[in-house]
Design a protein around this ligand. Structure first.
Ligand SMILES: O=c1ccn([C@H]2C[C@H](O)[C@@H](COP(=O)(O)OP(=O)(O)OP(=O)(O)O)O2)c(=O)[nH]1
Ligand SMILES: [Mg+2]
Length: 150
């Protein structure tokens, strides 16, 4: 099956120096997002900041984009997305921003053009909520939160 979705992308003025997000390898799941900060930002331990990317997208209905951390930044520096995975709605036309937090012990500098997160497209099934009095029975029932053991 080869179903490709066309995603429109717009770069905001002043960001022509930044590349359109791209997959670093042919079969990568995520498009890396670059920081569109004008000057470097220093993120102190436990500090969070909203990093602009300089881009907006339009995708067909039935898709979402998830903003996910990059494992290298998380492992080496404790840098992650606070709201991971961030949700980009199909009807959002504003600038995509990345909410980074520094969970490491050292200040971390975010430079312009640095690849700070990745964007993964997902299908969102069409759903409808229907209110009922009783839900169907299952073996699990209302057990959860470790109910099946360690
Ligand atoms: O990491 C993120 C998460 C969200 N957004 C943008 C796109 C998304 O469509 C919109 C709303 O996100 P979300 O629904 O997660 O936030 P909310 O707090 O529920 O805001 P809203 O009331 O605007 O939906 O904000 C980003 O740019 N980056
Ligand atoms: Mg919302």
């Amino acid at each position: 099956m080869n179903l490709s979705h066309l995603i429109q992308i717009k770069r905001f003025a002043g960001n022509e120096d930044l590349a359109i997000p791209r997959k670093m390898t042919e079969l990568a799941a995520g498009y890396d997002l670059q920081a569109a900060v004008l000057a470097p930002i220093v993120l102190e331990p436990m500090q969070r900041t909203l990093v602009p990317t300089g881009i907006a997208i339009a995708m067909p209905g039935g898709l979402e984009a998830q903003i996910r951390p990059r494992s290298g930044l998380a492992f080496k520096h404790g840098i992650t997305c606070l709201n991971t995975p961030g949700t980009i709605d199909a009807d959002y036309r504003g600038e995509i921003k990345v909410l980074l937090i520094n969970l490491g012990e050292e200040p971390f500098t975010i430079a312009r053009g640095e690849r700070i997160a990745q964007m993964v497209f997902q299908e969102v099934p069409e759903t409808e909520l229907a209110e009922v009095e009783e839900l169907s029975d299952t073996v699990r029932g209302s057990g959860g939160f470790g109910h099946t053991g360690k």
